[in-house]
Design a protein around this ligand. Structure first.
Ligand SMILES: Nc1nc2c(ncn2[C@@H]2O[C@H](COP(=O)(O)OP(=O)(O)OP(=O)(O)O)[C@@H](O)[C@H]2O)c(=O)[nH]1
Ligand SMILES: [Mg+2]
Ligand SMILES: [Zn+2]
Length: 343
């Protein structure tokens, strides 16, 4: 089992300062149910998260740095950042997609999968996390008009770099690799079947990850990758492969992801007559005027309103969940005190 060089994995002096004496540092590479694969100076280790940490609501995500005590995680070291979404299902809760990431690649294949509205949602999540986004348009070998499609995406990307790539011809792969200097971590986010795992294999120069068989290609909604995995590339950078995202519900981390993803609309809104303008039908609305003038596409304004409503709902949801948790704690404290009195 080859040992990993910690600085190559992104280890820093800050992290070293937060490490308890006697424990071994490692970086979470794979998260299985109840078990983690961690890269460390001792090689690849299989470790578990003790119930004690779970009960305190502590979990480790791929990309996290952890302090190990034998085969158990003793602590999850402070995260520099995390990509977070509202977990699928009805419970209000954050799900960390990846931690300590420098660049988030939003992956979409050229052709019908290319959907600007989805990119806006992804960008909101990435800006909120603090990672730098880059957009990858895959399977360029199948599209003679790839460059034109890229121009259309650039029009809605507002300065976010857009790269046309092919894992078959290798087009654009050097551009992707250029983001991933030694110690740098990227993550691939996108729908199932867009070619995330194939791209990792291409950059790794070997078939590390399972990809969809050609003849399965019509199996819509079938996910080939089932877990998140951090791969160390020959160039020294790291890339996290993720299962295809069905939905990417927003999570409010208190940051300004939404404002950054819609910087153009926010800038226009500063010119509205009313500071609380909802840009629906108010007089003197600079946003609606921009739509009339053809400066702002109506579709983008619709998407802005939709994500804004979703974020507001999410903020309410999270504060309700916090309140409920606080109330439960109060009740537990109260019943405990009653029990004590009874003794
Ligand atoms: N022509 C062509 N096909 C590609 C390219 N990249 C991937 N594919 C094919 O697209 C299919 C899906 O690729 P995967 O890498 O498994 O897709 P994925 O995004 O990892 O999918 P999930 O793991 O389900 O999220 C496979 O059949 C690949 O061979 C490409 O650049 N060109
Ligand atoms: Mg995959
Ligand atoms: Zn307005």
């Amino acid at each position: 089992m080859p040992a990993f060089d910690l600085s190559g994995l992104g280890w820093t002096a800050e992290l070293a300062a937060s490490l308890e004496a006697g424990s071994i540092p490692g970086r979470v590479a794979v998260q299985h149910r109840g078990e983690y694969v961690v890269y460390s100076e001792l090689g690849e280790l299989r470790v578990r998260l003790p119930g004690r940490l779970l009960r305190d609501g502590i979990t480790a995500a791929v990309g996290d740095w952890v302090a190990l005590d034998g085969e158990a995680i003793r602590a999850v070291l402070p995260r520099r950042m995390a990509l977070v979404r509202q977990a699928a299902g009805r419970e209000t809760g954050a799900q960390v997609l990846a931690a300590n990431v420098d660049v988030a690649f939003l992956v979409t294949s050229l052709g019908p999968d290319l959907e600007p509205r989805r990119l806006e949602r992804y960008l909101t999540v990435v800006w909120e996390s603090g990672a730098s986004p880059a957009i990858l348009l895959t399977k360029s070998d199948l599209h003679i008009d790839a460059a034109e499609q890229a121009l259309e995406v650039e029009a809605v990307a507002f300065g976010v770099p857009v790269h046309v790539v092919s894992a078959v011809t290798g087009e654009g792969c050097d551009e992707v690799a250029a983001y991933l200097a030694p110690g740098t971590t990227g993550v691939l986010l996108g729908s199932s079947g867009v070619g995330k795992s194939t791209l990792v294999n291409r950059l790794a120069g070997s078939e590390l990850l399972r990809t969809r068989e050609i003849r399965e290609d019509d199996g819509k909604g079938r996910h080939t990758t089932s877990h998140r995995e951090l791969v160390v590339l020959p160039g020294g950078g790291m890339l996290i492969d993720t299962p295809g995202l069905r939905e990417l519900q927003l999570w409010d981390g208190g940051g300004s992801g939404f404002e950054e993803a819609f910087a153009d609309v926010e800038e226009l809104a500063a010119g509205c007559r009313f500071s609380d303008c909802a840009h629906l039908r108010e007089p003197g609305c600079a946003v609606l005027a921009a739509v009339d003038d053809g400066v702002l596409p109506l579709e983008r304004l619709r998407s802005y309103r939709k994500l804004e409503r979703e974020l507001q709902r999410q903020v309410r949801r999270q504060s309700d969940a916090r309140e409920l948790a606080a109330r439960r704690k109060e009740i537990r404290k109260f019943t405990r005190s009653l029990r004590k009195d009874a003794w």
